[in-house]
Design a protein around this ligand. Structure first.
Ligand SMILES: Nc1ncnc2c1ncn2[C@@H]1O[C@H](COP(=O)(O)OP(=O)(O)O)[C@@H](O)[C@H]1O
Ligand SMILES: Nc1ccn([C@@H]2O[C@H](COP(=O)(O)OP(=O)(O)O)[C@@H](O)[C@H]2O)c(=O)n1
Length: 258
């Protein structure tokens, strides 16, 4: 039986019925509620969600999200933007639930995705509060949750992804929107160099390059198809300084004077 609480998806893409791309807090919450007896941590996550104010409003300061595959430089650039703009740095999943991340990563897809989806709603309340006081920079948010879920669920080639403008690429109506979302992209070779720099072993490197190549393409393509709001792509292959300059320039252009 298709689990209740999961929104019906386009019938033309039956594979996505397991994708667990939740399009409302209620949909993610229902999955969370169903597993509290087996996974006590789910109750703890739901309690934190319940503590969040219901009707969130963004403050007057800009909110910028940085997205991208692992090792594209998100941590590096978000830290620098934080320092340059005296911004508050947030991440999804938020610190208050990250101790349970491993637990949920080991659970079946549906439960795992519900965890990340709920995390985004907690981050939304942090964003609302922080953006009344300073600019806010966020390392991963909704687009990560959706893009990885879609790429995991769609088998085979990039062309099997749901077509552009499909329902799965739409921002959830009840989730606070940022002002700007930047998608960092680097070539697969440069990404591997950076993973290596972080201590990835040679064998893992090969797995990354070969077995995961299609997966990465699907994540990146899904990121690019996201809309309302969509991502603006940033070529992040240049030096740290250059990437920071580009990002700060885009923030200034889209978010006005800071
Ligand atoms: N512009 C850059 N040029 C070269 N190396 C970089 C650049 N940005 C980040 N790195 C390095 O690449 C690795 C991955 O960067 P990181 O910021 O941790 O990525 P992410 O947070 O996206 O996983 C780190 O070792 C980091 O120091
Ligand atoms: N907002 C988020 C953040 C991460 N995730 C999941 O977390 C994984 C990425 O985590 P990671 O440990 O590679 O993240 P970074 O260390 O690169 O920030 C992806 O596989 C996503 O499934 C998510 O679904 N939603």
């Amino acid at each position: 039986v298709w689990p209740p609480g999961v929104p019906p998806l386009h019938p033309a893409v039956p594979g996505l019925r397991r994708a667990a791309v939740f399009h409302s807090l209620e949909a993610a919450r229902r999955v969370g509620e169903q597993c509290t007896s087996l996974i006590p941590e789910a109750k703890a996550v739901l309690d934190l969600v319940d503590e969040c104010p219901k009707h969130l409003k963004k403050g007057n300061f800009p909110v910028i999200v940085i997205e991208g595959l692992d090792a594209t430089g998100k941590t590096t650039v978000t830290q620098s933007v934080k320092d340059s703009l005296k911004a508050l740095l947030l991440r999804s999943p938020p610190a208050c639930i990250s101790q349970w991340r491993k637990t949920f990563d080991d659970e079946p897809t549906l439960i795992r995705r519900a965890f990340y989806a709920l995390g985004n709603y907690i981050v939304a309340s942090e964003i609302a509060k922080a953006s009344t006081e300073s600019p806010v920079i966020v390392d991963r948010y909704w687009h990560s949750t959706a893009a990885y879920a879609i790429a995991t669920e769609i088998s085979g080639k990039v062309k099997n992804l749901p077509p552009a403008h499909h329902q799965v690429y739409q921002w959830p109506e009840d989730l606070l929107k940022p002002d700007l979302i930047l998608l960092l992209t680097v070539s697969p070779e440069e990404r591997i160099r950076r993973l290596q720099g972080r201590g990835l072993e040679k064998t893992e490197e090969e797995t990354e390059l070969e077995a995961n190549s299609l997966f990465r393409q699907k994540v990146e393509e899904s990121y690019k198809r996201m809309e309302n709001p969509g991502c603006q792509e940033v070529d992040a292959s240049s030096s740290r300084e250059e990437v920071l300059r580009t990002v700060l320039h885009l923030i200034k252009k889209h978010c006005g004077s800071l």
